[in-house]
Design a protein around this ligand. Sequence first.
Ligand SMILES: Cc1cc2nc3c(=O)[nH]c(=O)nc-3n(C[C@H](O)[C@H](O)[C@H](O)COP(=O)(O)OP(=O)(O)OC[C@H]3O[C@@H](n4cnc5c(N)ncnc54)[C@H](O)[C@@H]3O)c2cc1C
Length: 562
Amino acid sequence: MVDVLVVGSGAAGLRTAIELHSLGIDCLVIGKCKMGNAHTSQATGGINAALGTLDRKDHWLIHAADTLKEGQFLADQKTIEILCREAPRAIRDLEEYGMRFHREKDGRITQRFFGAQLYRRACFFGDETGKELLRSLIAEAKKRDIKFHDNVYITKILKKGKRAVGLFGIDLRTGKFHTFKAKAIVLAMGGFSRVYRRSSSRLFENTGDGASLAFNAGAELIDMELVQFHPTGMVWPRDAEGILVTESVRGEGGKLYNGKGRRFMLKYPRAELGPRDEVARAIYDEIRRGRGTKHKGVWLDISHRPKKYIINRLPKMFKQFKQYLNIDISKQRMEVAPTSHYTMGGVRVNFPSMQTKVKGLFAVGEIIGGTHGGNRLGGNSLLECIVFGRHAGQAVAKFVKQNGFENISDDKVEAEKAKIKSLLGKKGNPEIMREEIQEIMWKYAGILRNKKGLETALRKINKLKNKSITVSGDMKNNEQLALLLNVKNMLVPCEAIITGALKRQESRGAHYRVDFPKASQRYQGNFIFDKKGISFIKAKRLRGKILKVLREIDDPITHHLE
Ligand SMILES: Cc1cc2nc3c(=O)[nH]c(=O)nc-3n(C[C@H](O)[C@H](O)[C@H](O)COP(=O)(O)OP(=O)(O)OC[C@H]3O[C@@H](n4cnc5c(N)ncnc54)[C@H](O)[C@@H]3O)c2cc1C
């Protein structure tokens, strides 16, 4: 029994736990993977804050304006203002926890360009920013003696009436069932970009468990159709397909060429540093029209930079291409194509308390929806975890001071145990089902969408929902069981993505409908998906200083492009 259960040991979960500890609240952090392996460790390029180190004119209001604009004005202005105003503080917190950043000779934090941002704003540690960030959060959490429970797969949120009162899970190594009781629960379980065949996520992470659990507990999902496809993932060899080629390669001056050697991004205002959706669609288009490379990609070239510079600024990319293809990126080009990367949609919360519709249930990090609107700026996601992790900690602390423990019904626990046990048997193969889901989503609900394809996808996903699959073996160390749990969780976000994509009869940000290629005023808002179905809320009008800033920066700036 602890005051608070935090599910997820990535940036969002750990920052929340640290805040709770600062406020004297007892918590337990649970993760289905080993601590240090949370998806945050994969983040590469940086974390945004308008520090103005290299570009003095930068200001949090310009950061907010860039963010709202990139999100196609679907995000809530107040939320974005909190995110951007508090970004410098988030960086200071991370420095305090011992995070290392790339620095100028005089000690100031270096900042680099990311796509669709007016100024150099991303603070980084080589191209291993996430790993370093996670290392420092773990060190801080350990210093504070925060409790962890690794390798526990949470399968259900236990409720009493309308309130979340505990969790049910299985230890993936021992096969032991666990029932956890708490006054409040924080979900920091990551996104669901792995529902797509080609993804920059690891196979076992970002499978939508959080969205699925929260939905089943009665929470609302928002913006589920808004999935970000990163322009540059590896295309070859097969086992590296989808692995991210960080935006920092373009931020550091990398250029894109099609299979015929043409720099096709020059026809766009910001060339290679345009919004992610624009660059991803442009690449996809080159490939679709037969102007791609042998492995259906395009070329990304950074070889004009000295080797020393590349090794210093992009060490992970340098190693990645050496390891998989024995390519020296300071001499040779990289073959790349779009890959599913980030989910703007997720659990709907009230900002900044991060409270879901279910009493006692909070959510933070990539699991939530609504922060980024139609598209996310690179570097804003790690930021979201740190800024709103602090807020979540504060709101949860307040909640647990006002609410006690509740009893968990034995019947509900027994029912969940029986459900998990019923997954053992000899029917079907979860591996095949996963591939089927990922293929459906990639083919019909991917970068380019249309009514017919989406309807096909919905039909196929609904059919899979009714398919009964079991796995052989017992509960202990059963990888197939863990995979089956993932696969089952994937189906909820899949249905929500497709339903939202069908309803959003326009093209906006990362969502592109070939049959409705323009944005429409009618859809200037957010789709909410819950057990009752799907509904729409209009976005609020922008107010205050931000309007002035948006007008001032409204011309496409290309001064930083070489
Ligand atoms: C390759 C890559 C590069 C990126 N680069 C950047 C970047 O440069 N800058 C930036 O801002 N963003 C970047 N992002 C996005 C960013 O890394 C993520 O959005 C962010 O790290 C999410 O953190 P999180 O704490 O919300 O979730 P995660 O780090 O994904 O952690 C989720 C946690 O939940 C646990 N969990 C999930 N399901 C269960 C379950 N059923 N039971 C128990 N535990 C569970 C997991 O084990 C894990 O501990 C990148 C993303 C990718 C894929």
